[in-house]
Every structure is written in C-alpha cells, then in structure tokens.
Write a protein that binds this ligand. Structure first.
Ligand code: NAI
Length: 331
C-alpha cells in the first residue's frame, strides 16, 4: 500500500472547502489508490462547522481517506504537508476597498508562508486560491525562502476552463476537442483569455471562427465574458463560484502531480521567469505542460501586438498589487 500524502487545506469550512474536500477524499485529485490525510485549517469561530464537515467526510467511508485533522493552528495543519491548498482568505466586506483587501489578506499569507517554511514537507506543492490569488501566492513564496519558489502557484484553471467552454459552446463542439487554450496574467478583470493558439481537432479555432464570419466575437464577447464570469456567477447565485473553483483546484493539482500533457497544455499562475517579456517578480498565468510532478512554461508562442498589450496590462496590475504589499515580501 502507498504511503499516505498529507494534504492541507485552509479555509476548509468555507464554501469552496465544502466542494473540495469530498473530491479529494474520493480520489479525484491524487487517484483512488493514493491514501490521503486531510489537515483542515480554519479560524477558531469556524471550528464547529469544520468538525461537522469532518463528520460528513467520515460518513462517506472513502477508502482512500486515512485520517482527518481539524485545527485552527496553521502549524498543525501544515506539518509535513506535501500538498497545500490555500483557500482561506478574508472576503471583501462592505465599504472595503480593493487595496484594503489586498493588505488584509497579505498579512494572512505572509504568516502562513512563514509557517509553511518551518513545518511543511520540503517538496510541498502549494496552490493559492484565496484572492487576490496571484499576489497572495507571491507573498507566501517570499516568506518561505527555504522552499523552492517553483512550488508556489496560483489558480487560473477556472479561467482556463471557462474559456474552453465558451469556445465549445460557440462552435457547438465537444469540450475535449478544444486544446491549447491559455489565460495569461492575473486572476482578475485584467486577465487575457487568448484563443489564438487554440485548436479543434488539429485546426486553429481562429480559422474556424473566421470561416463563419465570427472574428469580432473574440474581442467583443469571448474575452469580456471570460474576464467577467466570476462577477456574473455572483450576480446570478448571490455567492461566488465554489463548486467550479473546487473542481479547478482538483484539476490543477492532479495535472501538476500526475499528468503528462501531450499536444496540449493548461494554464497555471507560476513565478515568471522572463518568458514572453514578463519579467521575474510576479506570479503570472502562463501555458504550462506537466511531467513527473514538474511544470514547464510552453515556449515560442507567437503573440500579436494586441495580445502583448493585454499581457502587459495584466502584468502592470500585478506590479501595482505587489507595491501595496511590498512591506510583506522580505528582501
Ligand atoms: P468562504 O468565505 O466561504 O470561505 C473562506 C473560509 O476561509 C472561511 O471558512 C473562513 O473562516 C476561512 N478563513 C479566513 N481567514 C482564514 C485564515 N487566516 N486561516 C484559515 N482560514 C481562514 O469563501 P470561499 O467562497 O470558499 O472562497 C475562498 C476564497 O477563494 C476567496 O478569497 C475567493 O475570492 C477565492 N476564489 C478564488 C477563485 C480563483 O479562481 N482563484 C475562484 C473562486 C473564489
């Protein structure tokens, strides 16, 4: 029998947590044969709810679920964790400005980054979901100097999946036939959903759109729909995306740890390395392929002038966010 993997989840009593834990325990993320120990963190006031979720997990009798730990102490939650999903973050309250939210969450992610540095497994893989996800991931990474920076990522998979579905719906084609989508940049309104490399059964999606006289759809509908999808879900549901966010977190870690991408890629926000003219120092959505537990940024894609402008707009926003938290980034 395989050794269990310790998976830590912060904000585990929240709505994404409720949609995430059962998928992980069921084996959707690491495989049904892989035993897992769930180490669930939430605030002191959320502990009763968290214990209720743990009871429900027990009641599912998942064969791969070896143990559930609930705690309000990040040191207990992160100890020896090999996978950490950082979902817990402060929501925006009434009258709170974006910069106040960034600062409030920055404090959480700097503290949790320091604790990860002390107690997590040295090869821990971290996915930040809590917003502003890219900047929170940067803060956690900078506060964990003993861990490899490449192991800190932020979630763009939901944006990636949203983009694929919009194309599949427009062309009335199966989801699985749409390949090579990418959403560059920040998980925010400045993100750049880019279908110029996307293919459908070997043909460029853009050519199919052109053939139908639908070129205008890309800038006028596709890009804004994907960019504003989160807000549209909030408007319709009265709550932010939860099941779809959890699904994307499961897919992000699954692909990073287990998948070998062949003739396709996924979007992950990872520390920039200068690729595509995005200088080091931000966590940015790039197309990546994964193999043997490592990701690699896809190189050599041709970017149009307009596309590069979109890429830089999102980069600029990340620099602004970074400026707001620079006191939390160490040196
Ligand atoms: P929620 O409010 O239902 O749950 C958040 C949980 O985090 C709560 O249980 C809260 O007590 C906990 N929490 C707050 N501070 C904490 C701390 N310091 N340590 C541990 N736990 C803490 O929120 P929901 O809907 O689950 O969303 C969580 C985050 O994910 C939000 O920041 C949201 O904006 C973000 N999100 C990100 C997406 C992405 O694609 N990157 C998509 C959807 C949501």
């Amino acid at each position: 029998m395989k050794a269990p993997i310790r998976v830590a989840i912060t904000g585990a009593a929240g709505q994404i947590g409720y949609n995430l834990l059962f998928r992980i325990a069921n084996g959707d993320m690491l495989g049904r044969e892989q035993p897992v120990i769930l180490q669930l963190l939430d605030l002191p006031q959320a502990q009763p709810a968290l214990r209720g979720v743990a009871m429900e997990l027990e009641d599912c009798a998942f064969p791969a679920l070896q143990q559930v730990i609930t705690t309000d102490d990040p040191r207990i939650a992160f100890r020896d964790a090999e996978v950490v999903l950082m979902v817990g973050a402060r929501p925006r309250s009434k009258g709170m400005e974006r910069k106040d939210l960034i600062a409030a969450n920055g404090v959480i992610f700097s503290e949790q980054g320091r604790i990860l540095n002390e107690v997590a497994a040295r090869h821990v893989k971290v996915l930040v979901v809590g917003n502003p996800a890219n900047t929170n991931a940067l803060i956690a990474m900078k506060n964990a100097p003993d861990l490899a920076p490449c192991n800190f990522t932020a979630m763009m998979r939901l944006d990636h999946n949203r983009a694929i579905t919009q194309v599949a719906l427009k062309l009335f084609q199966p989801i699985q036939d749409i390949k090579k989508m990418v959403v560059w940049g920040n998980h925010s309104g400045t993100q750049y959903p880019d279908l110029s490399h996307a293919e459908i059964r070997g043909r460029k999606v853009i050519d199919v759109l052109r053939q139908n006289g639908w070129e205008g759809w890309v800038e006028n509908e596709f890009i804004p729909t994907v960019q504003k999808r989160g807000a549209a879900v909030i408007e319709a549901r009265g709550l932010s995306s939860a099941a779809s966010a959890a699904n994307s977190a499961v897919a992000h870690i699954h692909d990073w740890m287990l998948h070998s991408h062949h003739n396709d890629w996924v979007t992950m926000s990872v520390p920039s390395d200068g690729s595509y003219g995005i200088p080091e120092g931000v966590i940015y959505g790039f197309p990546v392929t994964c193999r043997n537990g490592h990701y690699q940024i896809v190189q050599g894609l041709e970017i149009s002038e307009l596309g590069h402008k979109h890429q830089l707009d999102s980069h600029r926003e990340l620099l602004e966010e970074r400026e707001l938290v620079k006191h939390l980034l160490g040196n």
